[in-house]
Each structure stands twice: as structure tokens, then as C-alpha cells.
Design a binder for this molecule. Structure first.
Ligand code: SAM
Length: 375
């Protein structure tokens, strides 16, 4: 029999172990037979991609290519359009993917094509190759040649489909990997990069200064703010052509690997339980900030359906009930097909797409869902 006093002094479980127990309980139910393989990948070393910095004078591409790296974006296009002369072809999302104000797929209106920016390039080592990238080097102006990130986190930026002269809001922007990818398109007329955390916003500024020439970081092109994104609707409504809502989440990989700053620590239980509510508020604020006709991209780095599909469903419902805003879910199925050689996607997701970690392609998890404001 365990005595109370002894039990009270028994060492506490570290947050990484708490996270694993939580994921085993919830993801085995949610993901079924997929979970054991995803679990092994999540507990193994992750794979990075090198987002090339077009503003740098030494891209180091040849050296990386000599090591076997390839740009997964143009490779995906070559796979989809082998006979196309212009490999940055337009492709049309499937026709049966529209839905107005509900988040089930159905209907039949034709959706405009998604054009991938020719300027976003991300190099990865081949499947099964876990070679690490060496740190990027600065050019003669001090601009670094590439930014290392989970290659799957480029997908939300591609899916956002930024076009010439667009205004873009990145509601939760720090440390800035996706903001940097969006700037690589060289199509953004004005970027507003926001993050609640002042210290993380400072990091975002440092990242942009290390990669982007000063001339492109002027006040007429870039605004960096530290507001609570949930109240953005009170600041600016119906304004942006594109809005990225890359929310705080349980960051599944980090939670399994690092005890520091872990959302599964006892002191953060309340914060963790409130995440879906916060995420829905942020997505709703992003929807309000977009202009009618504009697109909103919701993304996370968790496998949790409660933080992914359920949040999108809740925000779409609130947008209609509280603000009379009708939304259309844009299918990202063609994007998933295009990049299925590089990433593993969860099968049969009823809403959005999700990259699931796999030992041979250990990227993700990344969930993404695209919404278009119809009104
Ligand atoms: N998009 C970033 C990137 O690509 O580097 C990563 C964003 S990270 C997943 C989520 C961010 O949301 C964190 O930097 C966190 O500080 C920020 N955040 C948390 N609560 C917020 C809020 N209420 N409003 C705005 N940002 C918030």
C-alpha cells in the first residue's frame, strides 16, 4: 500500500512525459492505426528545410544541391505537370470543394486557380536522408542565405496564394519564418506582422533584419505590432487581401522533446485547456480583418482535431452568427497531391489538410485550412 506522505513526495512527471501520456490517450483514439508510426516519428529527430533568401547575394544553392538537396516546391510541380513548359503552372483546386457558411465540403462553384509564387524555394534532403544543414552564412551586406524551418510550414504560405500588390496580415507572426516566406514572394505591397509577445516580436524584427534589405522594411511596406490578436477586429476590419492565422497550440513536437517552457507543465494546465477558445477567437479576428473576397489561412503545428477542424468549425459558425459573414472552404487537396512526394498527409480529413510526421519524411505536424470571405 502506498502511504499518502510517500506519494506526496514522489517525483513529479516531467512535462514531456505528461505530453506523451496525453497524446497516447487522445491520438490513439483520433488517429487509430496511424498513431504508432506518427508517435515514433515525433519522438525522433525532425527534418528541416532551407528557405532560400532571394535578397541574399550568396544563396549557397550549388553547394546544397551538390549535397543532394532539392527544391521541393518546383519538384512537386514537375511531378504534377511533367509536360508543362512553365513549371510554375497554375493549377485549379477541385471543383467540388466549395461550401458557403458551413464547413462541410460540397456544392459545385468553380474556384479560381492557385498560383504558386516562383520566388518561394525551399531545399530539402531526399526522403530517408537525415543530413543536417550547416548554419547559413551572411553575404557581404550581412544578409543570411537561408532560413531553417520545418519545410511543411511553407505550405500555409503557398496556400495563402499572395498576389501582386496584396496587403497581408500575419496575426501571430513571431519568430517570423512564415512572414519571411511571404516576403520572398516579392508580391506583398504591405505586410503587417503582429505577435502578442513583445520579446518574440523583437526576435521577429531581428529575423527580418537578418534576411531582408533595409529598403524593404520601411514603414510604408511593413508594420510590426504587439497587440493581442483576438481584439484585431476592434483595430482594423475588412482590410487585408490575405490573412495568416498561425496560432499558438500544443506544439506537439516541442512538447515531447523539451521540458523548458512546455505547455504540459503543471503551471500551464489552465492555459492549455483554453487553447481551442483562444484559437477560435484569433481565427475569428483574422476573418474580420480580411476584406470581403479575401482569403484567410488557419494553421497549427498540432495533430489535435480539437485545435484544428473543431476550431475552424467554431470560428466559421461565429462569423456567420455574430457578424453575418459567409465563408467558403477552399480545398487544399490539389496542394496536398502536388507535394505528396515530399510530405505525408493525413488521409480523409473532412476539413483542411494535415502533414503527419513519418520516419522517412519527418516533417510536421502542420495543419492548414483555407477560408474565403464571400461577404
Ligand atoms: N507564424 C510564426 C512563424 O512562422 O514563425 C509562428 C507563430 S507561433 C505558432 C504562435 C505565436 O502566437 C507565438 O509567437 C505567440 O507569441 C503568439 N500569440 C499567442 N497568443 C497571441 C495573441 N493573443 N495574439 C497574437 N499572438 C499571439
Amino acid at each position: 500500500r502506498v502511504k499518502g506522505k510517500w506519494a506526496a513526495t514522489h517525483p513529479k512527471q516531467p512535462p514531456t512525459r505528461m505530453a506523451l501520456q496525453h497524446f497516447d490517450a487522445t491520438y490513439s483514439a483520433q488517429l487509430g492505426a496511424l498513431w504508432p508510426s506518427i508517435r515514433v516519428a515525433l519522438l525522433s529527430e525532425r527534418k528541416y528545410g532551407a528557405l532560400l533568401n532571394h535578397f541574399s547575394h550568396n544563396l549557397d544553392v550549388e553547394e546544397l544541391q551538390a549535397q543532394g538537396c532539392k527544391d521541393f516546391i518546383s519538384n512537386g510541380e514537375a511531378f504534377m505537370f511533367p509536360a508543362s513548359a512553365d513549371h510554375r503552372s497554375e493549377f485549379r483546386p477541385e471543383e467540388d470543394s466549395s461550401s458557403v457558411s458551413t464547413v462541410t465540403h460540397g456544392g459545385g462553384s468553380r474556384q479560381p486557380s492557385l498560383r504558386l509564387s516562383p520566388n518561394i524555394r525551399c531545399l530539402v534532403f531526399p526522403r530517408g536522408d537525415i543530413t543536417r544543414f550547416r548554419p547559413a552564412r551572411p553575404d557581404k551586406f550581412g544578409l543570411l542565405s537561408y532560413y531553417l524551418l520545418d519545410a511543411a510550414s511553407i505550405l500555409p504560405c503557398l496556400a495563402l496564394d499572395v498576389q501582386e500588390s496584396h496587403t497581408v496580415l500575419d496575426l501571430c507572426a513571431a519568430p517570423g519564418g512564415k512572414a519571411l516566406a511571404l516576403l520572398q514572394t516579392q508580391s506583398v505591397r504591405f505586410l503587417c506582422a503582429n505577435d502578442l509577445s513583445v520579446s518574440r516580436t523583437s526576435r521577429l524584427k531581428r529575423v527580418l533584419q537578418s534576411y531582408v534589405p533595409k529598403a524593404l522594411l520601411t514603414d510604408d511596406k511593413l508594420r510590426i505590432t504587439s497587440f493581442d490578436g483576438t481584439i484585431w477586429g476592434e483595430i482594423e476590419r475588412n482590410s487585408f487581401d490575405r490573412v495568416l492565422v498561425d496560432v499558438p497550440c500544443t506544439t506537439d513536437r516541442h512538447s515531447l522533446m523539451e521540458d523548458d517552457n512546455n505547455i504540459f507543465s503543471r503551471s500551464r494546465v489552465g492555459e492549455r485547456r483554453c487553447l481551442p477558445q483562444l484559437q477560435a477567437e484569433l481565427l475569428l479576428a483574422g476573418i474580420l480583418a480580411a476584406c470581403p473576397g479575401g482569403d484567410v489561412l488557419y494553421s497549427t503545428c498540432t495533430l489535435s482535431a480539437n485545435q484544428n477542424q473543431a476550431v475552424v468549425q467554431q470560428a466559421v459558425q461565429l462569423a456567420e452568427e455574430q457578424h453575418g459573414i459567409q465563408l467558403q472552404v477552399i480545398s487544399l487537396c490539389p496542394l496536398a497531391q502536388m507535394f505528396s512526394n515530399t510530405f505525408h498527409f493525413a488521409p480523409n480529413l473532412h476539413l483542411g489538410e494535415m502533414v503527419i510526421p513519418h520516419l522517412a519524411a519527418n516533417f510536421g505536424p502542420i495543419y492548414l485550412c483555407k477560408l474565403r470571405r464571400l461577404t
